[in-house]
Design a protein around this ligand. Structure first.
Ligand code: COA
Length: 168
């Protein structure tokens, strides 16, 4: 039987418990899940370097003990990357209604660019509903408690990003 493979794309700047929840649930539906991140998306300049973002994603996968999840870098159009991998399912997390317009538009454009590609939305759990990477970075910058939003490893990376000059 053909393996069911999906791609979960994003900037993951950094990966939060919200993203981790989507990864875990998508990994339970598909034989293989490819978490795909990119150097830079059109509207964002990430705060973390690519290899740091990948390192944090890998540490989350290890923490959750998921053996069917891989992390990959892609560049260019997401649908072209998916096509090259022979994958026709993209996973996106859907949080509040405010995500809907952007996500719907992205799914529509990706489908227009390549009609073979479908986007599956996984609704965020109540806990992940209001988490975003930007908020997490703001909380870290203000040196507040991160334990409800990211893992200890990611929290340490955030502290290093914003407060490494204060250490020593
Ligand atoms: N839990 C917590 N946070 C979530 C979440 C969830 N379940 N789902 C989304 N988010 C947050 C992220 O933290 C992020 O927050 P931020 O804006 O505060 O940083 C935001 O929602 C969206 O980020 P992300 O899911 O990483 O997506 P993105 O919009 O940054 O990434 C790409 C988009 C990379 C998938 C898209 O730009 C892309 O495909 N680029 C390649 C070029 C291309 O093909 N373009 C055409 C596409 S239309």
């Amino acid at each position: 039987m053909q393996k069911r493979i999906a791609i979960y794309p994003g900037t993951f700047d950094p990966i939060t418990f919200g993203h981790a929840d989507i990864i875990k649930r998508a990994a339970s539906i598909f034989d293989t899940l490819i978490v795909a991140t990119t150097e830079k998306s059109s509207n964002k300049q990430p705060s973390f370097a690519l290899h740091d973002r990948i390192g944090m994603i890998e540490s989350e996968i290890q923490r959750m003990q998921l053996t069917n999840v891989q992390v990959t870098l892609f560049s260019g159009l997401l649908v072209d990357f998916a096509e090259k991998q022979g994958v026709n399912v993209l996973i996106r997390g859907m949080r509040a209604l405010s995500d809907f317009e952007y996500e719907f538009q992205m799914a529509y454009i990706n489908h227009k660019l390549n009609p073979r590609i479908e986007t599956l939305f996984i609704p965020a759990t109540e806990q992940g509903h209001f988490i975003s990477s930007s908020f997490v970075k703001e909380i870290a910058r203000l040196n507040s408690e991160l334990t409800s939003f990211v893992s200890p490893f990611v929290a340490a990376q955030l502290k290093a990003l914003y407060h490494s000059n204060n250490i020593s």
